[in-house]
Design a protein around this ligand. Structure first.
Ligand code: 13P
Ligand code: SF4
Length: 394
């Protein structure tokens, strides 16, 4: 099924995605080559497949390939493991025999794999420009400034637990590790929220405002005990100080542009057309979308719900289009469609193209590691503390 390209995000990424210098500058990649050789960029799909297959065979168990559910079919078919970000993090920790972990996903996922894998293992992100625009909405300087302002205002018994979504840079995970905090993913956010409130009075949740709010509501925190922290203008509201005093959860103003496309109107339209429809969305969607849905959860959860449903079920799904198309193809006995009529891929996930796989895999056969993602040891240590708290919790 062809992906329509009416949304701005997908325009830039048709064949070989562009390498965005701004995104690039923020990524800390040790050995990195930005320009894919023309030789690979111009290769036919069949030739790329042949080369990728041959390289995987030759590398055998020295290589493990991870594929996030949002990867396109041409990539996911090579994944030894498909999963949501939580499952892939677990898998990275469980494969000490592999010298190379080829991560078909985005930068923060590859960083987490590097942190959780052994020192003898190397993690490769085939295209270094595959970042996550939401993860880029919080940086360490802003988070440290926020922390300082909150602790100054609230005093010694502020009891703030920092919780970072998996979709964040390694130094933010390390910040959480150092400050008694934790990481969460969309599949374990409720358990992590319980963990945090059993240790503190307040949670600072970054970078996704919506996952934070949806999880807090589920935990029983009413909206008036939440406040939104805008890192660009933190104290802009006249009641800012009062709101912070009152808040049990401080939500970073960050979002996913793919999931912000879903609306209550789309859900109402789908329900009018199919009265028995089940609406299933990702928790990165806005509160009102999640509340209007029948079910919500991580990408893995979305797949599981559809897998166990009886034939003939109609689903309106609110998540990234490569995943929705794949589930629809794998379940022809059900009627599955994306709630957004202008179907839009996650433009950064889409930057992983088979040409990049062929390029980095053939380099490995020559003993060269291209586009390795490597987190420095001090950051990795504290990020691991926060990630391991999460793995022990959920
Ligand atoms: P999952 O953890 O549900 O795979 O979500 C990751 C993500 O980036 C969703 O936009
Ligand atoms: Fe980031 Fe959104 Fe893409 Fe997920 S879908 S990787 S949150 S930009």
């Amino acid at each position: 099924m062809a992906i329509q390209t009416a949304c701005a995000e997908s325009q830039e990424t048709r064949i070989l995605p562009l390498l965005n210098p701004q995104t690039r500058a923020r990524h800390d990649l040790s050995k990195r080559v930005d320009t894919i050789p023309t030789f690979y960029a111009e290769m036919s799909g069949e030739e790329l497949d042949r080369r990728i297959d041959a390289a995987r065979q030759e590398l055998g168990t020295r290589l493990v390939v991870m594929g996030h559910h949002y990867q396109r079919d041409e990539i996911i078919k090579y994944a030894d493991y498909r999963g949501d970000s939580f499952k892939l993090a677990q898998m990275a920790a469980k494969h000490p025999e592999a010298d190379y972990i080829l991560f078909c996903g985005v930068h923060f996922m590859a960083e987490s794999a590097d942190i959780l894998s052994g020192p003898h293992q190397q993690v490769i992100l085939p295209n270094p420009a595959a970042g996550c625009s939401m993860a880029d909405m919080a940086n360490i300087a802003e988070v440290e400034e926020c922390w300082q302002m909150l602790t100054e205002q609230l005093g010694d018994d502020a009891g703030i637990i920092p919780v970072t979504y998996m979709n964040s840079a390694a130094n933010l995970k390390a910040f959480c590790g150092r400050n008694g905090g934790i990481v969460c993913t969309s599949s374990n956010a409720p358990a992590v929220m319980r963990w945090a409130f059993s240790r503190g009075k307040r949670v600072l949740f970054f970078p996704d405002e919506h996952l934070g709010r949806n999880t807090a509501l589920k935990y029983g925190i009413p909206e008036h005990q939440m406040t939104v922290w805008n890192p660009k203008d933190p104290m802009s509201s006249v009641d800012a100080e009062e709101e912070i005093e009152r808040a049990r959860i401080i939500l970073w103003k960050g979002y996913c542009s793919t999931h912000m496309r879903f609306s209550v109107q789309q859900i109402e339209k789908a329900r009018a057309e199919y009265p028995d429809i089940k609406i299933l969305v990702h928790p990165e969607c806005r509160r009102e979308v999640v509340e209007a849905a029948d079910l919500y959860g991580s990408t893995e959860y979305i797949i599981q719900q559809i897998e166990k449903a009886p034939a003939g079920t109609v689903w309106g799904v609110g998540t990234e289009i490569n995943l929705v198309h794949r589930i629809a193809k794998e379940h022809p006995e059900q009627h599955i469609f994306c709630l957004d009529p202008i179907v839009c891929p996650c433009s950064t996930m889409y930057r992983i193209h088979p040409a990049y796989l062929a390029w980095v895999l053939e380099a490995l056969l020559q003993g060269e590691v291209i586009n390795q993602v490597s987190v420095d040891e001090q950051t990795a240590h504290w990020a691991r503390v926060a990630l391991e708290r999460m793995l022990a919790t959920a």
